[in-house]
Design a binder for this molecule. Structure first.
Ligand code: FNR
Length: 400
């Protein structure tokens, strides 16, 4: 595979350093102005293999598209002439006070996109006070990521995401490494016991280039399904997939808070709380697993209502604008996670790109709050104006 073209700073990534004769506009306007700008630039610098992996969704990509559309369906009803001189975007999350509610979602195999890989995204998150969730399928050692950012003043939460490995001995050892490296919570992903049917990846013949692998899973014995002869999805893969009792087991193995990622149903949310999770992430894996899964903006409200404040509810999927963050918080999310935007910015400009991307979204969020007359995210629910599509929603908007 051709290595992705690497460019080291946002201005360079956008042609701002071209010779004067080739520059048709003032250089400043060449900087990405939005997360979608980063997506467009990334499409130019990533090869077909990496692009199919990042940008593709499952099946006909209905859920991928729905994630974006469903945020826009919530219109906003601003208030005017309020005193916003003390307004802020601060939130509290699992005992930590954060300057803003943005986290980077777990994204596997980041060396596909930039040689600095997860080091760059973790550093950018820390520099911008955003939370960082390292994927178990990261391409660099978890201890090195933690060492890089752990002592950074003003950083956000540092969490580790995993899908329960089939081997309990391996899992215990992994959990011990994660805890001693300084990660502060575990994120258990439950919506991807198997891969979705991803046509873009299949058409591109997606494969990990040699030298890129999930290094933190080295030593994990082969999955029993890989050794099994015959059988289909159920007999091979689902026979050893995680179940509720395994969540109970995980909670017994760790003193770290555990958040469940990939919940769309209120009953699952409540069951998870009964098991003892410390938080929930409403997610459909960015439309990469079950095509047709409901948009997260539609799933969020009912889950927040069912959870009734017992644990924080976070959300991801299709969040690309500050107004989307405001909508998510207005629907009761404590914080939001960004998946593809971090990859796009990483591919364009490494750590500088990711930091800039987070900054863009923070600025947009502040602008949206100012224009809505919203002094804090706690009072944001009052700015939501349900459209006709939400008129028959069988839940109440949260009052926090
Ligand atoms: C992901 N996602 C993901 N989730 C997870 O729990 N573990 C993982 O290793 C990965 N890996 C991964 C790779 C890539 C390339 C993408 C795009 C996504 C899902 C991710 O955490 C998140 O749920 C979605 O990406 C959120 O949707 P948006 O922001 O991409 O629309």
């Amino acid at each position: 595979m051709n290595e992705p073209v690497q460019r080291e700073d946002p201005a360079a990534a956008c042609g701002a350093h071209q010779p004067a004769s080739q520059v048709s506009k003032p250089a400043a306007t060449a900087l990405p102005l939005s997360l979608d700008d980063y997506a467009a630039r990334a499409a130019q610098v990533l090869d077909d293999n990496a692009r199919a992996y990042v940008d593709g969704g499952a099946g006909d990509e209905h859920s991928l598209r729905a994630n974006r559309r469903a945020w826009a369906d919530w219109t906003l009803r601003p208030r005017v002439l309020r005193d916003l001189s003390q307004a802020h975007t601060r939130v509290e999350l699992l005992g930590q006070n954060l300057d803003h509610p943005l986290l980077l979602a777990p994204v596997a195999h980041q060396r596909l996109f930039h040689p600095d890989a997860e080091f760059a995204s973790a550093l950018a998150a820390a520099a911008q006070g955003a939370g960082y969730v390292l994927s178990a399928q990261a391409s660099v050692p978890l201890e090195q990521v933690a060492n890089l950012v752990r002592h950074e003043a003003g950083r956000g939460p540092l969490w580790f995401q995993l899908v329960l490995p089939h081997d309990r001995g391996f899992t215990r050892a992994l959990l011990a490494r994660v805890a001693s490296a300084g990660f502060e919570a575990l994120v258990l992903t439950v919506d991807a016991p198997i891969n979705g049917v991803r046509d873009r990846e299949r058409r591109a013949g997606f494969r990990l280039p040699s030298g890129i692998r999930a290094v933190n899973l080295d030593g994990l014995p082969p999955h029993p399904a890989q050794a099994a002869d015959g059988g289909g999805v159920f007999e091979r893969w689902m026979a050893s997939a995680a179940r509720w009792r395994d969540l109970g087991w995980l909670l017994e193995q760790t003193h770290l808070p555990v958040l469940l990622k990939g919940v769309l149903h209120s009953e699952d949310a409540c069951m998870a709380i009964e098991h003892g999770v410390s938080g929930l992430i409403v997610s459909n894996h960015g439309g990469r697993t079950l095509d047709g899964a409901m948009a997260t903006a539609d799933a969020l409200g009912p889950i927040v209502q069912a959870v009734a404040g017992r644990v924080p509810v976070l959300v991801d999927g299709g969040i690309r604008r500050g107004v989307d963050v405001l909508r998510a918080c207005a629907l009761g999310a404590r914080a939001v996670l960004l998946g593809r935007p971090q990859v796009h910015a990483l591919a364009c400009a490494g750590a500088a790109g990711v930091a800039h991307m987070i900054r863009l979204l923070r600025d947009e969020l502040e602008t949206a709050m100012a224009l809505c007359g919203c002094a804090s995210l706690d009072e944001s629910h009052s700015v939501l104006a349900p459209t006709v599509r939400h008129a028959d929603a069988d839940y109440n908007l949260p009052s926090r």
